[in-house]
Design a protein around this ligand. Sequence first.
Ligand SMILES: Nc1ncnc2c1ncn2[C@@H]1O[C@H](COP(=O)(O)OP(=O)(O)OP(=O)(O)O)[C@@H](O)[C@H]1O
Ligand SMILES: [Mg+2]
Length: 244
Amino acid sequence: MSPDRTTATDVSDDDMRRQYHELAELAGSLAHEIKNPLSVIHMNTDLLCEELEESQWPGKRRAIAKVDMIRQQCHRMENLLSDFLRFARMQDMEMTVASLNDQISVVLNFYQAQADKLNVRLERYLDPNLPHIRLNSSALQAALINLVKNALEAMPNGGELIVQTYSTPTGVALDMIDTGCGMDETTAMRMFEPFYSTKTEGSGLGLPTTRKIIEAHGGRINVQSEVERGTKFVIEFPTPKRIG
Ligand SMILES: Nc1ncnc2c1ncn2[C@@H]1O[C@H](COP(=O)(O)OP(=O)(O)OP(=O)(O)O)[C@@H](O)[C@H]1O
Ligand SMILES: [Mg+2]
């Protein structure tokens, strides 16, 4: 959960962007400082666990359970660090001209099994004549993954996720519409703030990272949401001749 910041709603877009930038720089160096000692702790905990498994010590079961908890928490911290780093390293992305449909297809295929398990129907309406855009495939897929992941998390008891792509007067767009829990007013206002999360295990970096990636592609993201009805994300990208 994020700490409550009462002034958060008063800051302008520019202030917000500057804060993101400062945060990204800080996060990058912090992550580097923490990563190495953490991996040493993790590695030695793995070794300790192996040694305990082989020992004849009567208290070993309880000790293994405790060591295992440390390993899980190490794993969690490592994931949090990679979220940080993804958020921080947005500059110097290599762009190629490619298909947005291909990127979303890869992501949806990846989540199909999980959607089936959750009873979520994935519907795709991908425009076969969609113009290509300039994109960085792994960054854009990471952005789309965050949106799909959020949508599935909003529909724990099933529902529908509709993804459609189409041409716009200035480029291309992708809609992602879910029939999930929707967002209340506070969440709708704060969802792009780093560390804002309504989930117990959420880092709150998913959507800020997504927005940052989309903006690094010259695009923008808009959201409409209604509690208990669902959420619609619209992302728009310019086609190459209009970039720069
Ligand atoms: N499709 C959605 N439906 C309902 N609420 C959403 C949706 N997408 C985002 N949210 C809300 O916005 C908040 C911020 O989302 P974000 O992806 O940044 O963080 P998170 O999902 O909580 O954590 P993380 O992405 O790090 O696992 C979420 O906690 C949730 O309350
Ligand atoms: Mg998320």
